[in-house]
Design a protein around this ligand. Structure first.
Ligand code: NAP
Ligand code: GLV
Length: 324
C-alpha cells in the first residue's frame, strides 16, 4: 500500500527538492512513498496524507489533512504550530540537531568573541580610520549563562567552556549531576535558579523553546539582574525578549545591558523600519544561526516515519503536555 506524505513550506523554500529527497529515502522504500507539495487551491485537493512535513504551515493545510499519523517540522522549534488545531491522532516530531548544533555553537562563539575581543569597538573605529588598540579583556570577566540546556544549548555551552569561558546553564528539569561534563558550573532550574544565573552572568545566551512559560521571559527586571557591561545573545525566538524593554535597557546608561546580538525578532522578517536594525549596539542577523540542512533532515525524518510505521516512538517526539 502506498504511503502519502505531504509537504507544506512557505513559498521559495525548495519544497520540491525536499519532496524528491524524501521520495528517494532508502528507509521509506518498503512503503512506496508518494510525496506531494501542498497546493492551497481547493480544486487541487487530494485525500489526506499519512504524514506531513511542515514549516509555518497554515490552519487550512491541517484542515485538509485529517488522517495524519505524524507531523514532522523542518526545524527544532515547534512554536509555529501552537494555537493551530492539529489532527488528533498525529504525533508531533521535531528535528534533533540534524547539523544545527555545530552551526549554533559557531554562531554563539562568534557573538561572544566579537564583544569579548572588542571587535564591536574596532569595527566602529575602522569606519573613521582610527588605529587605537584597547587593553585585552580577560575571559574570566565574561561569565556566560545559557538559557536552555537541550540539544543546542549543550552544544553552545560546551563550545564556550572549551574556549575557556565560565559557563552556567538553566533548564526546566533540575539535573542530578552537580556539574555536567564539559561545563564549568551547574545547571540551574526554577525561578530562583534563573535569578542566580542572571546575577552571575555577563553574557546571556537564549536557546529556549518558545512556550507560554518562556514567552516574554527576558524583560526589564531580568535583564537588569545581569552583571555590568552585559551582552544578550538571542538565538532562539524573538518572543523570548520584551523588545521595548531591551531597547529601553540599551538606551539607559545606568542599565547593566550594553549590547545585543540577535538572530531572531518579532515580526520576522524584520521590516526595514524595525528598531533593531537601527540601534548602534544591536547586531541583527536574519534567523541564520543554525540553518536546516536538507540531507541531514530528510534522513532523520525518514527514520522518524519508519519508526512510526513500526509503532515505535521516534527521536524528536514532542510530548503534547510539554510543548517542546
Ligand atoms: P531542546 O533540546 O528541546 O532544549 C530545550 C531546552 O530548554 C531544555 O533544556 C529545556 O529544559 C529548556 N526549557 C524548556 N522550557 C523551559 C522552561 N520553562 N524553563 C527553563 N528551561 C526550559 O531544544 P533545542 O533543539 O536545543 O532548540 C532550542 C530552540 O532553539 C528551539 O526551540 C528554537 O526556538 C531555537 N532554534 C533557533 C535556530 C536559529 O537559527 N536561530 C535554529 C534552531 C533552533 P529540560 O532540559 O529540562 O527539558
Ligand atoms: C529554527 O529556528 C528552528 O527551530 O529549527
Amino acid at each position: 500500500m502506498v504511503m502519502r506524505i505531504c509537504i507544506c513550506f512557505p513559498p521559495d523554500q525548495g519544497a520540491e527538492r525536499w519532496a524528491q529527497a524524501l521520495a528517494a529515502a532508502p528507509e521509506l522504500q518498503p512503503w512506496q512513498p508518494q510525496v506531494e507539495v501542498w497546493k492551497a487551491d481547493p480544486k487541487d485537493a487530494a485525500e489526506s496524507a499519512d504524514y506531513a512535513l511542515v514549516w509555518r504551515a497554515p490552519q487550512a493545510f491541517f484542515d485538509a489533512q485529517p488522517l495524519l499519523k505524524g507531523i514532522f517540522t523542518a526545524g527544532a522549534g515547534v512554536d509555529a504550530l501552537s494555537g493551530l488545531r492539529l489532527p488528533p491522532a498525529a504525533t508531533l516530531v521535531r528535528l534533533v540537531d540534524a547539523g544545527m548544533a555545530s552551526q549554533m555553537a559557531d554562531h554563539a562563539l562568534w557573538a561572544v568573541l566579537h564583544h569579548q575581543r572588542r571587535m564591536d569597538a574596532y569595527q566602529a573605529q575602522a569606519r573613521s580610520g582610527q588605529w587605537q588598540p584597547h587593553p585585552p579583556e580577560d575571559k574570566a570577566d565574561w561569565p556566560v549563562g545559557v538559557l536552555g540546556f537541550g540539544v543546542l544549548g549543550q552544544a553552545v555551552a560546551q563550545a564556550l567552556a572549551q574556549r575557556g569561558f565560565a559557563v552556567r546553564a538553566w533548564a526546566r528539569t533540575p539535573r542530578e549531576d552537580a556539574v555536567p561534563a564539559g561545563l564549568t558550573d551547574a545547571v540551574y532550574a526554577g525561578e530562583s535558579g534563573l535569578v542566580e544565573l542572571l546575577q552571575a552572568s555577563r553574557v546571556l545566551i537564549c536557546l529556549l523553546p518558545l512556550t507560554p512559560q518562556t514567552r516574554g521571559l527576558l524583560d526589564k527586571a531580568r535583564l537588569g539582574a545581569l552583571k555590568p557591561g552585559a551582552l544578550l545573545v538571542n538565538l532562539a525566538r524573538g518572543g523570548h525578549v520584551v523588545q521595548a524593554d531591551l531597547m529601553a535597557a540599551l538606551d539607559d546608561p545606568a542599565h547593566p545591558l550594553t549590547a545585543a546580538v540577535l538572530d531572531v525578532c518579532e515580526p520576522e522578517p524584520a521590516p526595514p523600519e524595525h528598531p533593531f536594525w537601527h540601534h548602534p549596539r544591536i547586531v541583527l542577523t536574519p534567523h541564520i544561526a543554525a540553518a536546516t540542512l536538507r540531507a541531514e533532515s530528510v534522513a532523520q525524518i525518514a527514520q522518524g516515519i519508519s519508526a512510526l510505521q513500526r509503532g515505535e516512538r521516534p527521536s524528536g517526539w514532542v510530548p503534547p503536555q510539554r510543548g517542546y
